[in-house]
Design a protein around this ligand. Structure first.
Ligand SMILES: [Zn+2]
Length: 74
């Protein structure tokens, strides 16, 4: 069973799809019952998407990060 610390440590890898299926499963078990980590996960995922878009649009990732943070109310 993952606690929040384990979960946070692996979020980057989860978003980058670098984890094995059992690890992904375990994280999702934790995410299902932990609103805070779910929020972090959505933030990371959204950030990754926006950063990708920002390279295409030549925008500053910092501005996008800030915008996303406000949208999520984090
Ligand atoms: Zn958690």
């Amino acid at each position: 069973m993952y606690d929040c610390e384990d979960c946070i440590r692996r979020l980057d890898q989860l978003v980058d799809k670098e984890l094995s299926p059992p690890e992904v499963e375990e994280i999702h078990v934790h995410l299902d019952e932990c609103g805070d980590c779910t929020k972090r996960y959505r933030f990371q995922e959204g950030l990754k998407r926006l950063v990708k878009v920002s390279y295409q649009e030549q925008k500053a990732p910092d501005a996008l990060r800030e915008r996303l943070r406000q949208q999520l109310g984090a």
